[in-house]
Design a binder for this molecule. Structure first.
Ligand code: 0X9
Ligand code: ZN
Length: 423
């Protein structure tokens, strides 16, 4: 009798705990620091911290401004160090900032999230952050609705066995187009806005094939909206700011490899770490991850057709071209890369004035090797290779902003794709 009652109480407690578990649970007391550092010493110090000190989470690190999430126990020492470096900073409680988005940040439990009929999707889909299964449903529904122009396939599987789903869009899916524009997103799990911009592109192209006939002539658009679905899902269920994939190593507590440090161009040379707990852990070797292996397999096989590679990240409003691994190495075609990016930025700005900064990530942010952009350009000879950092001051954006980011980015994507036919 008592045992039964105890079981019921335990079950009820467990249910309450499970229901209230959120992906922000680990962030109580965290501060988000916006740091202004106009001297080189402070910048160099922060770069060193980012690579060598796993406890700090750098959300953004540019030459004169950074955004860092810091646990309560480290805040005193962090602030003292910033003062020594003469760096001004503003600290905001992370939980307060997240609650200001005024929306459900955890699991999507209502029926709105289960939409998978294309017509309803067009209205509701771009006003929330969909989960992995909803994204795959959306993709397969698009392909089912446009069988002549859209193919839905899997490039391979992630560490946890999810599909790395792809959409191929072309005017005639039977014959092979001479050129390919490759666009991927969400290599970093927490960058929730990124897959939506790629799905928006797919939906717009397929709904307006006639209007985009010239753009699509002889160009196949190959889209991988959710590269790191394990990390993406983990950022919904457990840790909102999870960046890496979910590779687990026996007997080790820390998990995950930074997918954008795992490509085989100057692997682990700069801005990457061999500490498994680091946010920029580069893995046990180049292409050690199933996610990077699947992408590399596709790109290597199609290297002569792929003329554009876009890797969509967030945040900061940047358009980066190679090389990202070193400030001292310039891409031979940098003028051309710069002017193509400038045209894309001009198109983006037309929608509501959003201003992107253009350059190499090594010059604007930090030097970091093993990125897709350098690999596509440097190893595979893909002539146009860029990393896009979408708008935001957080990996979260207000739901009402999603559609606007999708629309302005769409204009940029189309401009990039227009240049593919010139090669
Ligand atoms: O550090 C990254 O991987 C990218 N920024 S993010 O904040 N989304 O993590 C920038 C990558 C730029 N490209 C290279 N460094 N190759
Ligand atoms: Zn990223």
């Amino acid at each position: 009798m008592w045992q039964n009652a105890l079981n019921v109480v335990m079950l009820a407690l467990f249910a309450i705990l499970a229901a209230s578990a959120s992906n922000l649970d680990g962030y109580h007391g965290y501060n988000k620091y916006t740091v202004f550092h106009d001297n080189e010493d402070a910048f160099k110090y922060l770069v060193k911290l980012q690579t060598d000190y796993a406890e700090l989470d750098f959300w953004l690190l540019t030459r004169n401004m950074s955004i860092v999430a810091v646990a309560p126990t480290l805040q005193g020492a962090f602030e003292a160090r910033l003062n020594q470096l003469n760096a001004r900073f503003v600290a905001n409680a992370l939980m307060e900032e997240m609650s200001s988005y005024n929306e459900t940040l955890t699991n999507c439990l209502n029926s709105e999230c289960e939409l998978n009929r294309p017509r309803r999707q067009a209205r509701g889909f771009f006003s929330h952050f969909p989960r992995y299964s909803e994204i795959l449903n959306y993709m397969s529904a698009l392909a089912a609705r446009h069988p002549k122009n859209c193919r839905y396939e899997s490039l391979g599987r992630t560490f946890e066995g999810r599909h790395i789903a792809a959409l191929s869009i072309s005017l005639n899916s039977r014959g092979q187009a001479r050129r390919v524009a490759y666009i991927q997103a969400a290599a970093h799990g927490r960058e929730w806005i990124t897959p939506l911009t790629v799905l928006y592109l797919a939906n717009e192209l397929l709904n307006n094939l006639r209007a985009f006939r010239r753009v699509l002539e002889d160009v196949e658009i190959y889209l991988v909206p959710l590269v790191n679905s394990d990390g993406y899902e983990y950022s919904f269920t457990t840790d909102r700011f999870w960046r890496k994939n979910r590779h687990r190593y026996a007997g080790r507590t820390c998990a995950g490899v930074d997918i954008n440090r795992n490509f085989p161009n100057n692997w682990n040379y700069n801005g990457a770490s061999q500490n498994l707990c680091s946010e920029v852990y580069s893995g046990t070797g180049p292409i050690s991850e199933s996610e990077t292996a699947a992408i590399a397999r596709y790109l290597e096989y199609n290297r002569h057709r792929v003329k554009l590679s876009l890797d969509v990240h967030s945040f900061g409003k940047f358009l980066f071209y190679p090389f990202g691994y070193s400030r001292n190495v310039a891409a031979p075609t940098r003028n051309l890369l710069h002017s193509v990016a400038q045209r894309a930025a001009n198109q983006i700005a037309k929608y509501r004035g959003t201003q992107y900064t253009i350059g190499t990530s090594a010059g604007i942010l930090y030097e970091a090797s093993g990125g897709l952009d350098d690999y596509a350009y440097g190893n595979l000879g893909i002539p146009m290779s860029f990393t896009v950092e979408l708008p935001g001051e957080n990996f979260h954006v207000a739901r009402s902003d999603i559609i606007h980011i999708c629309k302005e980015t769409f204009a940029g994507f189309i401009e990039f794709i227009r240049h593919v036919s010139l090669y």
